[in-house]
Design a protein around this ligand. Structure first.
Ligand code: BJ8
Length: 421
């Protein structure tokens, strides 16, 4: 593939890394390439995955040689606009595979969500070039698992932690605004640059454009039949976290133009009348495709993701109407406080947002998805289900990254889809 020397420079375990990429390639073929009626423009996203640890990592490596700051994050609460404003690069890092778990469990309890174990596992097994290339990582005080795990992770890789409040009152917003200001100072210090109004506006517009392109894509899924599968849309949302935002936005818009043509002609990824599902809950980091794969290979189509790797990450844009840096920072803080993550109490907007999605996307069923040991989402299912179960049938799933429960999940999902016929 030609990237070995790069991976070696980054200190990867080449043998383990090769095993990971080979495994990923096989799964990708089975899950994505075997789909029928895929849009032509998916070719770009297939290429991105085909070179998942190659071309983009090389770009980051070159950026570092030009002294650009590269920052890794694990949560959509980190205001990436501030990193882009110093001509830095922000990379979303959450790992979605059972890699290095044995090593991770030497440092962490076994009964911890797979997402946290995976980001430790990828680091400890030395198979993620993105973690290695970052100057530092940014964590957040969201769930207890992540909050406490960052204390340990900091000894493996420098980790700066943002304080995310747990309520949405006025005092919490003040706290959060100060955190965003503190983060801006940290980024300015690390990059050696002071952010100007023009730079911050440009960065806000850059990320707004990416969110708008993803929203355009989501809108197109209202059609019956939808012009694109849930699997492909999830993949695009996953790639959004690490691809170059300008190129990515262009490619998503090109795809949307193709999809608009499909919708006009009544062409879809599945027959008209295919059961339409929304998946709601924990984020699905790349390459976590287990549940969408089961749902779509069982004959339904996913029309929306109520998730951070989905609508939660794109719903709101940052206002650009301010002529001062602090005014723009305030706009950023306001936008991010609108995120309806389950770590908030109460979290009423989330149920409202899910209801809205069900109606806008004409969904016929909701699958509540939680990672095992994720308290915030597993507990919040109660309210979420109360909000939508009178509108459509719902199914609660708790799982992890292992493949052992595949057949059991398939049986439950197939039985659920029978209800929708
Ligand atoms: S804004 S959802 S990305 S915190 S699954 S690690 S919550 S125990 S990922 Fe999240 Fe930010 Fe919220 Fe989104 Fe903890 Fe649950 Fe694990 Fe989770």
């Amino acid at each position: 593939m030609g990237y070995e020397s790069l991976w070696q420079k980054l200190g990867l375990d080449l043998e383990a890394h090769e095993g990971l990429l080979n495994g990923l390639g096989k799964v990708y073929e089975q899950v994505f390439l075997a789909q029928k009626n895929r849009p032509q423009a998916m070719e770009y996203f297939d290429q991105v995955v085909g070179s998942i640890h190659g071309a983009r990592v090389e770009e980051l490596f070159k950026a570092k040689e030009e002294s650009r700051l590269v920052v890794g994050t694990f949560c959509v609460f980190v205001p990436e606009e501030i990193v882009w404003a110093v001509n830095g690069i922000c990379v979303g890092l959450c790992a979605g595979a059972e890699v290095g778990f044995e090593q991770a469990e030497e440092l962490l309890p076994r009964n911890l969500c797979a997402l946290i174990k995976a980001f430790f596992g990828f680091k400890l097994a030395r198979v993620c070039p993105y973690v290695e290339i970052c100057d530092f990582l940014v964590g957040e005080t969201t769930c207890d698992g992540k909050k406490k795990a960052y204390e340990i992770f900091n000894s493996l890789k420098k980790t700066y932690v943002m304080h995310v409040p747990q309520k949405k009152d006025e005092e919490s917003l003040k706290l959060w605004l100060n955190e965003v200001r503190r983060f801006k100072e940290e980024i300015e210090r690390a990059s050696g640059r002071e952010i100007s109004v023009a730079e911050l506006k440009e960065a806000i517009e850059l990320i707004n454009r990416r969110r708008e392109a993803l929203n355009r894509l989501n809108e197109l899924r209202r059609a019956d039949p939808p012009p694109i599968s849930g699997l492909d849309t999830l993949l695009i949302n996953q790639i959004a976290f690490y691809d170059d935002p300008v190129r990515f936005t262009t490619k998503v818009n090109e795809l949307c133009s193709e999809l608009e043509e499909r919708v006009k002609k009544g062409q879809g990824v599945c027959p008209k009348g295919t059961p339409r599902i929304i998946v709601s809950g924990c984020p699905m980091a790349i390459p976590n495709w287990k549940i969408p794969y089961i749902i779509e290979s069982a004959g339904a189509v996913i029309v929306g993701e109520e998730s951070c790797v989905g609508r939660r990450n794109t719903r709101n844009l940052v206002e650009v109407s301010s002529s001062t840096v602090d005014g723009l920072v305030e706009n950023i803080a306001n936008r991010y406080m609108g995120i309806d993550c389950a770590i908030f109490t109460p979290n009423v907007e989330r149920a409202e947002n899910l209801k809205e999605m069900v109606s806008e996307l004409s969904a016929q069923g909701v699958v509540h998805y939680s990672l095992k040991f994720c308290d915030p989402y597993t507990i919040e299912v109660h309210h979420m289900d109360n909000a939508v179960s009178s509108l459509v049938p719902t199914l609660r799933i708790e799982t992890d990254y292992s493949q052992e429960d595949m057949e059991q999940l398939r049986t439950r999902i197939e039985a659920f889809l029978e209800l929708l016929k």
